[in-house]
Design a protein around this ligand. Sequence first.
Ligand code: UD1
Ligand code: CA
Length: 456
Amino acid sequence: MPTKIIILAAGKGTRMKSALPKVLHPLAHKSLVGHVIDTVNTLSPEQVTLVVGHGADRVKASITQQVTYVEQTEQLGTAHAVSQATGTINDDDTVVVAYGDVPLTSAETFAKLHALASPTQIGLLTVTMDDPHGYGRIVRDTAGKVTGIVEQKDATDEQRAIREINSGMLSANGAVLKTLLSQVDNQNAQNEYYLTDIFKLGVAAGHTIATVQPDHEWEVAGVNSRTQLAELERIHQLNIANELMESGVTLRDPARIDVRGQLDTGMDCSIDVNTIFEGHCRLADNVSIGPNCVLINANIGPGTTVHANTIIENATVSSGCSVGPFARLRPGTELGDGARIGNFVETKNAVIGLGSKVNHLSYVGDSDVGNNVNVGAGTITCNYDGANKHRTVMEDDVFIGSNTALVAPVTVGRGATVAAGAVIARDVSANVLAVARTKQKEITNWERPVKNKKTD
Ligand code: UD1
Ligand code: CA
């Protein structure tokens, strides 16, 4: 029995007050519907169909996963939405209906729901809530069997007291779903085609309704406003923080970390507050990350310390390095073992060798820096001539004095020393001292200017 998923994503999301379709709003840097697609894909479905409507073109353009689209041009209700996708359903399929604005349902919950569907049984995900206001209520008979779902607007006072609510998510056999959908009408308070009507119709046709509840209420929480989006973001981040701590990472404050992508960690890493991880970051064993750092696709080797306020993007740092505080490693930076990058240093597209140091106020771009090189404070590689970028090479054991400008393309030979304040525009031979600055002179009997007297 192949699995097919239908994700409803046609709604407007009026309360978001946004030009962006609601399901494209990001949670941890991934769209809401992107989360849903990734999670339902753990069921190995044969097909995932997205019902799109408002902002359909934008939704289609921004989804990267493999899905099929059907369009619902008028939003006539949830049953009408699912009906748009029935062309993709075969009789022997198992269908799961999910929602593009409910991002945090777990894979386990979807698996449990999926397992309930059969040719004689419909699966339904319900939650017992303290405050069920606004949701469809699950109506059961005296034996506890589900007989139907009644919407808030159609419910009697007695029914409104029911605390078990409909999440909207269900699972059903393909033939059963198609038959029941064709019987749904819009005779209700909202004149909508209610998907929820398939339950009472199913019971009438002799099917049983089997329910399952998720482990956490937030798994069925939808996003209708930016406040709800922020609430779910915090829940999601706290879940990630808990997973990190369970896997052996020390977090100074689990409420102050943001992982917007994937973070792989070794043993005994520690992460201080307000650090943001984006893309796919990897921390090896014993890595320490200071407060207020931003790491994007960063690869950090064992025993390395990243100090406060450092930004590392698409860069690789080897073992036992020290980076920051206030350093910026831009794309293409590769630090060898034991390298040190200090405060207010920017690197880009630079390979920096074992034990080399760039400790203060420097820019090293488009460079190959050898092993045991010392780059003095304020050194700048002038890699851009206004049209093209050129490489700077500093061979092993080079010492660059402070405030040096290295005008690329240029090579400083192995073991050479560059005296402070140099403008190096030609290659420097190995093992020499290169001095490139005007000689100091003294002007005697020189008098400082004095302030002119004010005349009135
Ligand atoms: C629905 C359920 C309710 C349940 C609640 C859970 C029905 C009739 N009611 O109510 O029992 O407790 O969800 O949140 O199903 N959508 C479309 N096309 C449409 C209508 C809706 O794509 O024509 C999408 C919306 O974008 C939204 C989802 O389906 O993502 C739910 O629709 P909404 O109108 O919000 O349903 P509720 O009234 O909340
Ligand atoms: Ca509605």
